[in-house]
Write a protein that binds this ligand. Structure first.
Ligand code: FE2
Ligand code: FE2
Length: 251
């Protein structure tokens, strides 16, 4: 006799197989290490994570270079999470990691096509901070025993093309694209801060600093002369972001 939980788990596995996707890394499938290695190699190519600032949540007196990493760090600085909470935190941080891959790609695509040096410098400065966010999310994912989205190369390439396209219409529109993107990211982070398990103070600290940075990116673009995007474009951006965040939660 199967419990309703195991029947549900079987149904879920079947649904995932039908969509030719694997379940999140908790599947413990024998191919998981291989897929994770391929994913790491692709991310090293498309969206390397370089932290210039220590991961938020470390003790202030700990210098970045001396900060412990991995599970040791999580154990030292966060209370142990219940299994359900760990899985939920991991899924949310995977979404945030995918978002940072996309953010870097947007800025790189925009910087490549931007007309003025001032705009390019502003975009590349923001991209460097996005690389910090990417590294922090990656560290946290490891601490949570999880891995990034398998679709990261797709997010990077798609976002790079969108960024270049937005910048091709002119610097003011490109900056308007930054303002709208960062506004939507702020809303998304607010949603995740509300959904994160209460005990996951480490992920919360990371998201709070990211949120402050994203607000700064939007404000800088506004100051630099951003024009407001038409409403249909803003709606389209919202839908595209929803597709990415929903897919990255699972894959
Ligand atoms: Fe970011
Ligand atoms: Fe940002």
């Amino acid at each position: 006799m199967y419990s309703s939980e195991s029947i549900n788990a079987k149904r879920r596995r079947k649904a995932c197989a039908a969509l030719l996707i694997m379940e999140p890394m908790e599947s413990r499938h024998p191919l998981d290490p291989l897929i994770a290695a391929a994913d790491r190699a692709l991310r090293a190519l498309f969206a390397p994570a370089h932290a210039s600032r220590p991961v938020p949540g470390n003790p202030p007196e700990t210098p970045a270079s001396a900060a412990p990493t991995g599970a040791e760090n999580a154990a030292a600085h966060t209370p142990a999470l219940a299994e359900n909470d760990r899985r939920e935190s991991a899924a949310l941080m995977r979404v945030n990691h995918a978002g940072e891959v996309a953010a870097q790609a947007l800025y790189h695509g925009q910087a490549l096509v931007s007309r003025s040096t001032t705009t390019r410098d502003l975009l590349l400065k923001a991209a460097r901070e996005e690389a910090d966010h990417l590294a922090w999310c990656e560290t946290r994912l490891k601490e949570l025993g999880s891995r990034p989205s398998l679709l990261n190369p797709l997010w990077y390439l798609g976002s790079f093309a969108i960024g270049a396209l937005a910048a091709a219409t002119g610097d003011r529109t490109s900056l308007g694209f930054v303002v709208e993107t960062e506004k939507q990211v702020e809303g998304h982070l607010d949603e995740h801060l509300a959904r994160l398990p209460t005990d996951d103070t480490r992920s919360r600290a990371i998201l709070n600093v990211m949120r402050t940075d994203e607000i700064g990116h939007g404000a800088a673009a506004k100051m630099a002369g951003a024009s407001e995007l038409p409403a249909p474009v803003r709606v389209l951006m919202r839908h595209a972001a929803r597709v990415m965040t929903t897919a990255a939660y699972w894959i």
